[in-house]
Design a protein around this ligand. Structure first.
Ligand SMILES: [Zn+2]
Length: 252
């Protein structure tokens, strides 16, 4: 018996949201700034939620941030499946981004880095990253530490699955920065400039805090209190920093 010819499969290709060129340029610039200011080296990444589809996000394909161009920006869904550039390797830790976007609808941009100055604060028992000066008020709400062993046992420390990404996002909760023991840190923002600002100034705060502890030689260090941290984080620090970094790195 002959089987009827199969109907041609319906075209299931998804219509991809159009991405403004300016946003691609801003994301590429953010990669250059993070690299130029040593928040990232060959590793680390920044993403942005798609402005026309909140269930999509944009991030470079697997490349050192300093080498990213607009052609390398990939569109991902919230499972971190690439909807473009699918033939290219992608960052293994992309689940950091999708799981935070799913849990935090307010977040528009995510940075993940391995900045050296932040590593001790994720590893030293009892150490807490706290706001040292008025540029770092965003740390005042608390900086949790993600311990990957709690749910995943001994790993290579990377966020390689949606499950580990979800655990990290839950540890971040409603805060701005989460440290990752033995690995690095992840910070969020309501824009690319804000996420970059928080990455850069988290590093600066860590260096200054380390110096303050050394200077205090076991004595007390005075941090911004909650109200000072809140008040100082409402200013124009982000746009002013971004305008300088844009001037500095857009031709790099
Ligand atoms: Zn990492």
């Amino acid at each position: 018996m002959q089987t009827p010819a199969k109907k041609p499969a319906k075209n299931t290709a998804q219509k991809l949201p159009a991405t403004p060129k300016e946003l691609l340029a801003e994301l590429v610039l953010a990669n250059k700034i993070l690299y130029g200011l040593k928040a990232v080296d060959a590793f680390g990444h920044i993403s942005v939620r798609h402005p026309n589809d909140s269930n999509r996000y944009l991030m470079s394909r697997h490349l050192p941030p300093g080498m990213v161009t607009p052609k390398d920006i990939v569109l991902f869904d919230m499972d971190s499946t690439p909807l473009s550039h699918a033939d290219k390797p992608q960052y293994s830790e992309r689940f950091i981004h999708s799981e935070i976007y799913k849990l935090r609808p307010d977040v528009m941009s995510v940075v993940h880095c391995h900045a050296y100055s932040l590593i001790p604060f994720g590893a030293a028992n009892g150490a807490r990253l706290r706001p040292m000066f008025h540029m770092c008020g965003f740390l005042g709400c608390g900086v949790p530490i993600f311990e990957i062993r709690e749910r995943s046992g001994n790993t290579d420390m990377l966020i390689r699955t949606p499950e580990i990404g979800r655990a990290l996002a839950e540890k971040l909760a409603d805060k701005n920065v989460v440290l990752m023991r033995g690995h690095g840190a992840t910070m969020i923002g309501n824009s690319i400039p804000e996420a970059v600002f928080r990455a850069v100034y988290s590093m600066e705060n860590a260096s200054i805090q380390m110096q303050a502890h050394q200077l205090a030689d076991g004595g007390e260090v005075e941090f911004l209190n909650e109200e000072e941290a809140d008040k100082s984080s409402r200013g124009r620090n982000v746009p002013r920093s971004w305008s300088l970094w844009k001037h500095q790195f857009s031709k790099a």
